[in-house]
Design a protein around this ligand. Structure first.
Ligand code: HQG
Length: 184
């Protein structure tokens, strides 16, 4: 059985490989971000990473943010969002709720108010459905602040929104006019 510590370590490695640097384990991702499970396991073994099919299953099922997903036939795996490598995840545009949220660090606040939310190193701007989640995302970067995003108005103005398999909302950018800093 995988310890929590080991599961976290392997999950971080999977995030690295499936989102940012597949070459770390000598892998390449398919256009939609998938990799063959057999290939992943073989490459992990070749790099002395103790990743078994059972471990992978456990991580996919128990990962708190549901970061990874198997294909329907269970033969392939991918990250549901968060990529920096170019992928076409194939999510269909959907109508967002009236308001979405983005958590960031205080040091980015002025730049975001000036320039809007940009993708930075990732393929999308990532938005949360609730304030608590946004605050958690922000606290990864430092002292958190949360912006409300006028998603319905953006959508009405022609911006596309997508929802990843794990519920995270994705869009190309959020111009500053749709952002409002939440206090406290
Ligand atoms: C900031 C995690 C200055 C942005 C999360 C953020 C998410 C700007 C940072 C997912 C800016 C990029 C993504 C501007 C944006 N000026 N700073 N104009 N526009 N920024 O990590 O949204 O746990 O790439 O506010 O839960 O924090 O990994 O994006 O602080 O879903 O599964 O630039 O990653 O998921 O940081 O996080 P990131 P994010 P996991």
């Amino acid at each position: 059985m995988l310890s929590e510590k080991e599961a976290t370590r392997l999950s971080k490695l999977l995030s690295l490989v499936l989102r940012h640097n597949p070459a770390h384990l000598g892998l390449t991702l398919e256009a939609q971000g998938w990799v063959e499970v057999d290939t992943l396991l073989a490459q992990a073994k070749a790099h002395q990473v103790p990743l078994t099919r059972e471990n992978l299953q456990y991580i996919v099922e128990t990962n708190a943010k549901q970061r990874f997903r198997f294909s329907e036939d269970q033969q392939r795996i991918r990250a549901s969002q968060g990529h920096s490598v170019e992928v076409a995840l194939g999510y269909s545009p959907v109508t967002p709720p009236t308001v979405l949220y983005h958590g960031t660090a205080t040091r980015h606040q002025a730049s975001i108010q000036q320039n809007g939310l940009q993708k930075m190193s990732r393929q999308h701007v990532h938005l949360s459905a609730d304030i608590a989640t946004a605050r958690q995302v922000g606290s990864r970067h430092g002292q958190p602040v949360v912006f409300a995003v006028e998603a319905a108005r953006m959508h009405a103005d022609g911006h596309s929104f997508y929802q990843a398999d794990n519920g995270v909302w994705l869009t190309e950018e959020v111009p500053a006019q749709y952002l409002q800093l939440l206090q406290g």
